[in-house]
Write a protein that binds this ligand. Structure first.
Ligand code: PHE
Length: 341
């Protein structure tokens, strides 16, 4: 039997090599390994081999069967176009095809996240609230008198008498304070809506980030320091900031915060309208009526709040001249921020 095995091994591999078509390969497979193939018949004849020789013969035969099977498969692949069976033609070190379009964050999202990161560094946490908001949280709890012009249908998108699209992120202050006892240091970023005609500096939807710090003995100096730390970290330079007196129903005193124009460094240029200053946020000390609406005890806490337009900050930082560019999703615009932010 040993001789037969050796003969089949050499003859078999010759026949496989000689096969010129897939049909030839199949014919050789049948002739060798088919139900009545030579190898199969030999396997059957194994029972007649002397018991002492049987294990050795059996394993020889099995190896032959496996090897011939492998050779048949390889030949089959070679004939069917080949390269898959031809290991040499693979260059596994070649770089793959990179996908042509991979998504990235929108510049507004990147700016929002990097603003949040700066506040996390100062110990703030993050919260959010609904975009479809009750008139109560958007206005009443924020100490807006009933006849305040901001409630006017002109500015606010109303869903019905009591429900509107929030016009600012400030309502989240109240929602948060209803649930959480001071000390509080939290930012609330999100989308807001106003019924405005779109132009280069107005959009009916835009983003704000609200900040709220409440504890015993929080002062306006804490607000100033927080704003300065933010400006320094976000704009990278030590631009001074200034507070201008202003009015918001939910803060007292209220201010608008300007930073020195980082383009002209205060000299006056087109970006700052020749004033040397850029307005970056509204802010102030939380009004006692807002604490009352949140259910806090009278006179126990003080706090500050601020609200910043994220679009405006992004436009200032990246020299974007028209807010509408941020909402049109034109890839020619968006691709400029790829890998930059
Ligand atoms: N909500 C105000 C606005 O949209 C900004 C602001 C927030 C002012 C917090 C004071 C305190 O203009």
């Amino acid at each position: 039997m040993k001789e037969t095995i050796d003969r089949l091994r050499s003859e078999g591999s010759e026949r496989i090599k000689a096969a010129a078509t897939a049909a030839d390969v199949e014919a050789v497979r049948v002739a060798l390994l088919g139900r009545k193939g030579e190898v199969t018949l030999l396997l059957r004849a194994l029972k007649d081999v002397a018991a002492d020789d049987r294990p050795a013969m059996g394993s020889e035969l099995n190896r032959l069967k496996v090897d011939l099977g492998d050779l048949l498969s390889v030949r089959d692949l070679e004939l069917s176009g080949g390269s898959r069976g031809d290991a040499e033609s693979f260059d596994l070190t070649l770089p793959g095809t990179s996908p042509s379009a991979v998504g990235t964050n929108h510049p507004l999202v990147s700016v929002l996240e990097s603003i949040c990161d700066i506040f996390y560094g100062m110990g703030f946490s993050r919260g959010d609230g609904p975009e479809v908001e009750l008139d109560y949280y958007n206005f009443t709890a924020l100490n807006f008198p009933d006849d305040h012009p901001a409630r006017d249908i002109q500015d606010t998108f109303y869903i019905d008498k009591k429900v509107c699209l929030r016009t600012q992120t400030s309502p989240v202050q109240v929602r948060y304070m209803e649930r959480i006892e001071p000390p509080i240091a939290c930012v609330f970023p999100g989308r807001v809506y106003r019924n405005e005609t779109a132009d280069a500096s107005h959009s009916a939807e835009f983003f704000q980030i609200e900040g709220l710090v409440v504890d015993e003995n929080i002062s306006m100096a804490d607000l100033k320091n927080t704003v300065d730390t933010f400006v320094k970290n976000f704009f990278g330079a030590d631009e001074p900031t200034r507070f201008r007196p202003h009015y918001f129903p939910f803060t007292e005193p209220s201010v608008e915060v300007d930073m020195q124009c980082m383009v002209c460094r205060g000299k006056g240029c087109g970006v700052c309208g020749q004033t040397g200053w850029l307005e970056i946020m509204g802010a102030g000390m939380v009004h006692p009526n807002v604490f009352k609406a949140a259910g806090y005890p009278e006179d126990k806490y003080t706090g500050f709040a601020f609200g910043m337009g994220i679009d405006r900050i992004a436009m200032l930082k990246y020299g974007v001249g028209d807010i509408r560019l941020l909402y049109e999703n034109d890839l020619r615009f968006l691709n400029q921020f790829r890998g930059v932010l």
